[in-house]
Design a protein around this ligand. Sequence first.
Ligand SMILES: Cc1ncc(COP(=O)(O)O)c(C=O)c1O
Length: 391
Amino acid sequence: MKLFDVYPINNINIVKAQGSYVWDDSGVEYLDLYGGHAVISIGHTHPHWVKKIEEQLEKIAFYSNSIKIPLQQELADKLGKLSGKNHYQLFLCNSGAEANENALKLASFSNGRKKIIAFSKAFHGRTSLAVSATDNPSIIAPVNETENVVFLPFNDEEALKEYFKENGNDVCAVLIESIQGVGGIKVASKSFLQLIRELCTEYGSVFIADEVQCGYGRTGKFYALDHAEVKADIYSMAKGMGNGFPIGAISISPEIAPKYFMLGTTFGGNHLACAAAIAVLDVIENENLMQNAEEVGNFLVDEIAKIPQLKNLRGKGLMIGFDVPNELKDLKKNLLYKHKIFTGEAKPNVIRLLPSLALTKNEAVKFLEALKEEVAFLVSQNENISAAINA
Ligand SMILES: Cc1ncc(COP(=O)(O)O)c(C=O)c1O
């Protein structure tokens, strides 16, 4: 049986990982500034995480949501404390798309409305309503096309005000990433996020913060929205939550009341996933990883800013992006194959850095040295080509 060929992959077989490093099947070591797409939050195979999962595996891995699972409450207590949202309610699921799907559905149940506002370049996942709210027509199947989702320009306060003025009483929810990930590390302005909060409150719409990529401590605060000093009604999360163990969740305002069976899942909140997620929160707290993300992130930004060829540097904490000019188009590829460093990208020309929140300053320095060397190499290569053409 063949694998369904939907991923353009690098020809590398990773067989071992620890902290910010991974090794391929020939023993070659790579520095990981990509975190398997922002998933590795506390570092690969962190010993506490491994121990917690192993211990849980010996006891029970799974039983359905028809019984008491005290690990879910332990997770909710830790998440409530670390996110500063003890008074919110937790619903557990398995992935980011599923978290957004549930968030949107819950919003609609709560106010009975249908219109969802999403933004240009947004990415919210690949399931039905989540993909409808994703601004990429190539991944929206005809069956997912819906007039219930409207896309407004990101960070455009006037367009948002205008839309609410005309249609505010129909708006079910506003769904936004405070920092767009797949869209190329686009940071929502504080005033834009505050305006969303104001308008949602005024019109009875639900503010959903998609924190799947930008949340869970990555920006130095638990939620990226926290930087704007406003609260969402629902936060969706996934990637960093299990450090690679599949788990997602929504954190729900106390104003939204649950009803039996309005949401549900077979696998969500299983014992093993909870054990993994509890271990992640233990490590984030005990090792001060949010503070580390902020400090090492600031250091990276300060240093990358000194490389004049890299443009439009942006992001917060360890969610960093910059534009790569066409002359340096091989930068990402060369970082991987020559310097053995994984980075992320966003089309057409953005490099994204999404390392573990435990990235050390020494590891950041190692990356910066490779980055500077490779930029200099590509610049000189271009100069040689131009000289040859002009000769
Ligand atoms: C902001 C955001 N939301 C949702 C998702 C979907 O998450 P998943 O792939 O776990 O379904 C992603 C994935 O990249 C994402 O970046």
